[in-house]
Write a protein that binds this ligand. Structure first.
Ligand code: TRP
Length: 443
């Protein structure tokens, strides 16, 4: 490991940062809306299977590559094997850049809704006008871009402050509070009249809704929500000391991540059905359903503010991990200092995000039948991340196998059967399954 490289202060700090990266808009915004458009329970079941069978093994492989290489996503591949492998890291850096561009937009909506909690939004929502309010908002370009910019500034600021003093410090406070507020909201939503229809939609898999698209969507969601397939966990793993156990970190991070997604479903779907709304309304889902729930609660404005604040926390602990992948790359490979890298890349991401910011307005042209934001999301989650995942698992399972196995054993090994499963997953299961779903998607 190169001398003087930054490190996490503690294992707890690393886990909070990695979980902070995983838990984000992906769980709270993307998961419910995809579940809604994909027919409910069947999507949830697929997601869980794919997380366990493919997501966790790849996350473990990524952390091993990062700690073994001790560098950014590109540098780690070069140091461990060289050849064409660094291109995998490079594609990851590009993916991070693309994801962050639209991530900043949706996170900006979140910041806007923090403040709107105390405005006319609540009374509009109480009168059934939450969808209209959201639409008016996404057509207000100045506002949307201003909030996106504000969010990007927060992201840049934290990354600028470094691994321990920025990322770790904020994640340790923000993550735990998220679970508490989610639990409170879940109780409120489940006790609404008519809530059980939502629970049924959410939990009862309807096999007739199983299509190739659903599988692809669930796979993309597994990658996106675990922050894998683009070198994020490689970068975070590179700041981890040899004493810590990788498998236990993967386990804790995954459980924390899945728990948030599942809890959020119990907040959203009961409310959607209790208020006779459409579960399949798309990216606006939480911005439409949640205000309607809050408007019907005592102290709704306060809860709304709390919720969107915590969502902002969850988003920022994820966006910093995306930016950090690019910053670590520029820092290690081009000797940029952290501040310069954070500012320049952060601003470039903001600019690339502007078409996404405009694209939910009524007048923006569509790309391949999707809005621009949706297209960016599709390109990264359903194309770049799965491709990255295939190469990462092949790298750990074949090309750098002995090294990867040693790295996984260092600091606390897996029980034998699980290790065998991990090897099998990296060698065969993940590459074949992901490639199969991937190709099927384009037919
Ligand atoms: N996992 C985050 C979320 O669910 C988003 C994210 C952060 C991400 N880092 C990533 C997604 C790396 C893919 C790859 O919101």
């Amino acid at each position: 490991m190169s001398r003087g490289r930054e490190q996490w202060g503690s294992k707890f700090g690393f886990i909070m940062a990695a979980a902070g990266s995983a838990v984000g808009l992906g769980n709270i915004w993307r998961f419910p809306y995809l579940t809604g458009v994909s027919g409910g329970g069947i999507f949830v079941v697929l997601y869980l299977i794919l997380v366990a069978a493919i997501g966790m093994p790849i996350m473990l492989a990524e952390m091993a590559i990062g700690r073994g290489g001790g560098l950014n996503a590109v540098g780690s591949f070069r140091k461990l094997k060289g050849g064409l492998w660094p291109m995998v890291g490079w594609a990851g850096v590009v993916a991070g850049f693309v994801i962050l561009s639209f991530y900043g937009v949706v996170a900006g909506w979140t910041v806007a809704y923090m403040f709107k909690s105390f405005g006319p939004l609540m009374s509009m929502a109480a009168a059934g006008g939450a969808a209209e309010a959201f639409q008016t908002f996404t057509n207000d370009y100045v506002q949307v871009i201003a909030y996106q910019g504000a969010f990007m500034l927060a992201t840049i600021w934290i990354v600028y402050n470094g691994v321990g003093g920025g990322i770790e410090r904020y994640c340790k406070v923000m993550m735990p509070s998220l679970y508490i507020i989610l639990a409170i909201l879940m109780v409120r939503s489940l006790t609404l009249e008519g809530a059980m229809k939502g629970v049924e939609f959410y939990l009862k898999p309807d096999i007739s809704k199983l299509t190739a698209r659903t599988v692809m969507g669930a796979l993309g969601q597994a990658f996106f929500s675990l922050s894998i397939g683009m070198g994020c966990m490689i970068t975070y793993g590179s700041y981890l000391s040899d004493r810590e156990s990788l498998p236990s970190s993967v386990f804790i991070v995954t459980v924390m991540n899945v728990a948030v997604a599942i809890l959020v479903g119990f907040v959203i779907f009961p409310a959607v059905f209790a208020f006779n709304m459409e579960p399949s309304s798309g990216p606006g889902l939480i911005f439409v359903t949640l205000p309607a729930v809050f408007a019907r609660m005592p102290m709704g404005s306060l809860f709304s503010f709390l919720f969107f604040t915590l969502l902002f926390f969850a988003a920022v602990t994820s966006s910093v991990s995306l930016l950090e992948v690019c910053v670590a790359y520029m820092k290690d490979e081009f000797r940029w200092d952290r501040g310069r890298a954070a500012w320049i890349i952060g601003l470039a991401c903001f600019l690339l995000g502007i078409p996404s910011a405009l694209s939910l307005g009524d007048h923006f042209p569509r790309v391949f039948g999707m809005d621009f934001l949706g297209a960016m999301d599709f390109l990264s989650s359903n194309v770049l991340l799965p491709l990255g995942g295939i190469f990462i698992s092949v790298f750990a399972g074949w090309s750098w196998f002995e090294g990867a196995r040693q790295e996984v054993r260092r600091g606390g090994a897996l029980p034998k059967p699980l290790e065998t499963f991990w090897v099998l997953a990296c060698r065969i299961l993940a590459p074949i399954a992901v490639a199969w779903v991937f190709v099927g998607n384009f037919r």
